[in-house]
Design a protein around this ligand. Structure first.
Ligand code: FAD
Length: 553
């Protein structure tokens, strides 16, 4: 196979030679290093690569070039190789241009010249960028083929599972490919049984569960030990951060993740507000980096296995997994996150992220200046969002199923809403349809009292119909709030009363639940700020508390 290219562009012959030398010495074995003295020459080289069907992994371009600036070149080159990573070489004075380029050309990184020594200032950055590139392009086909149909949820589940665990596969659509259909029917023994997964030199897997596939493709699905200092439930940002800190501080730790590492964050296409990533980072890339970091430090990550229950044997926690095995540990960290409650409207999924949003960030409000925004829900979060959007949008409509807002919303918000002229409230109403070409353009609303329906134009729909904590594995053991979110620290003693399970003299540590040695971090906790940084912070801090607890057992 031809090596993917790294394209270096600089009008200064000396700098270009130095860049090419550094690139060749580190990456020459795996990449073709293409050098060009101007944007125009580089575009000609890029067009040639395109014509030959070759790949470009990285553009490394000087910003200050006379005829065509680095940013202008990247604007031209981007549509030709949209997946290629983009790095701008800048002088100190160009920093503002580089920051602007983050938005204009989706710049991944900028680097100030000079970068000597490259081992410290250049290679670590390029290593990360090239690893991200490899993860974003279809990996070389490795023999796993998933046969099914595009709209089958179980086929989608397996494809999603493989992709999120970085396992390359080929999809065989049996509705379009007669050969694939015949092969699938022969394997399954009858028509319509999908998905079927084909692996080299093995029997096809008929409608396999995630664990079967995970084991077949070589993921780590079984714990190496029966006893750990710490077991972490969930591999989202909180669990992964805890695994990194636990392993780096010498704890024997196992993390159990039922689906794929990354959690909710792993499904985000771009996390813009996580410190240290000025161009944003995709949830998949963040998860992949965290997994590599935790594993390198010695944490054990067990995937495609679910924690089903937890019980106590005196101070020891006994964790039962979905494969029937049991793990014992001194301390347990519940970092199992939550799921947003989905809107029950057929077909709306295709607009998720394209006019249909769960929650709302203040930064999104300005996007809908002059538009008509719908907020679905009747709790405080919906009221706050409506107020926020009312400062930008022409009209904000709150759609609530109940007969009044007062039941779930604080009175101050109800009053604010009533005195804001561009907010309308539709009570006893529901959204029953969402429609548009690429983004949301229209909504179908139903009056629940009369059953009448009407279609209305819409710019966006923000959904606040609640969250479901993944706390069931410890719900019988630890104190939770009325929604099932876990109470920790001082809040773990409801009304200040010591629960029966509290067997020690001290008060709960920060992030400790109402059972000594069971901790919780991230979105599964009550009253928490639901953000990646917040989850990572809690997962990290939890390990200090675990150390304190372990001193006492
Ligand atoms: C689409 C989307 C975009 C987002 N964008 C941003 C953003 O840009 N910036 C930001 O700051 N925040 C963002 N968030 C919020 C952020 O992702 C969450 O706050 C964060 O992921 C919470 O981390 P967590 O580790 O607590 O839980 P989660 O991310 O929910 O992870 C929990 C993990 O536990 C696993 N699990 C659950 N139960 C079990 C069990 N019984 N056994 C084994 N494993 C289990 C789940 O499979 C999951 O992987 C976004 C959320 C979503 C859904």
């Amino acid at each position: 196979m031809t090596k993917p290219a790294i394209v270096a562009v600089d009008d200064d012959a000396q700098v270009l030679a130095a860049v090419a030398r550094d690139l060749r010495s580190r990456y020459g074995a795996d990449y073709r290093i293409v050098q060009a003295p101007s944007g125009a020459d580089a575009l000609a080289a890029v067009d040639e690569l395109l014509a030959r069907g070759e790949a470009v992994a990285l553009f490394l371009v000087d910003q200050r070039m006379p005829a065509m600036s680095g940013t202008e070149f990247l604007l031209e080159a981007r549509p030709r190789f949209p997946e290629a990573k983009r790095l701008l070489l800048t002088a100190y004075a160009d920093t503002a241009a580089a920051i602007q380029a983050i938005n204009e050309v989706g710049l991944d990184h900028y680097l100030m010249k000079p970068w000597d020594p490259p081992e410290e200032h250049l290679y670590p950055i390029l290593d990360d960028m090239l690893a991200d590139w490899h993860a974003s392009v279809p990996a070389p086909f490795d023999g796993v083929r998933v046969a099914g149909t595009t709209w089958s949820p179980s086929t989608h589940d397996i494809k999603d599972f493989l992709a999120r665990n970085n396992i390359p596969y080929r999809f065989l659509d049996i509705e379009r490919d007669d050969e694939a259909r015949a092969m699938t029917e022969a394997a399954a023994g009858e028509q319509g049984v999908i998905p079927v997964v084909f692996l080299p030199d093995r029997e096809p897997l008929i409608q396999p569960d995630r664990r079967t596939i995970a084991a077949e493709v070589g993921l780590h699905v079984e714990a190496e030990s029966r006893f750990y200092d710490l077991v972490i439930v969930g591999g989202g940002p909180a669990g992964l951060a805890a695994a990194v800190y636990a392993a780096s501080e010498g704890l024997r730790a196992a993390l159990i993740e039922k689906a794929a590492p990354g959690g909710q964050a792993g499904t985000s296409s771009r996390i813009e507000n996580y410190l240290g990533f000025p161009s944003g980072i995709s949830g998949g890339d963040l998860a992949r980096r965290a997994v590599a970091q935790a594993t390198r430090l010695g944490a054990e990550l067990i995937t495609a296995v679910e924690v089903e229950s937890v019980k106590l044997e005196d101070a020891v926690k006994v964790v039962t997994l979905s494969d029937g095995s049991e793990l014992r540990c001194h301390a347990l960290l519940v970092a199992s996150g939550m799921a947003v409650r989905k809107l029950d409207v057929p077909g709306y999924e295709r607009f998720e992220g394209a006019g249909v949003y769960y929650g709302a960030a203040p930064s999104e409000a300005a996007t809908y200046a002059g538009g008509h925004v719908y907020v679905i829900g009747a709790a405080n979060s919906a009221g706050q969002a409506a107020m926020m959007f009312s400062r930008h949008a022409d009209l904000v409509t709150i759609v609530a199923r109940g007969p009044s807002l007062e039941a779930k919303m604080s009175q101050y918000l109800v009053d604010q809403i009533a005195s804001t002229p561009n907010i309308e409230v539709l009570l006893e109403s529901a959204v029953v349809g969402v429609d548009g070409a690429k983004t949301v353009e229209r909504l179908q609303l139903r009056d629940l009292a009369t059953g009448t329906e009407e279609e209305r134009p819409a710019s966006a729909v923000f959904i606040f119909v609640g969250a479901l904590p993944h706390s069931s594995v410890v719900a019988d053991l630890v104190a939770t709030n009325d929604k099932g979110f876990i109470l920790t620290g001082a809040d773990a003693f409801v009304d200040g009363k010591r629960p029966a399970a509290w067997t020690v003299e001290r008060a709960p540590f920060l992030l400790e639940t109402s059972v000594p040695g069971i901790f919780a971090a991230g979105d599964v906790r009550a009253g928490v700020v639901r953000r990646v940084a917040s989850a990572v912070g809690q997962g990290s801090i939890a390990i200090s508390m675990v150390h304190k607890y372990l001193e006492s057992v």
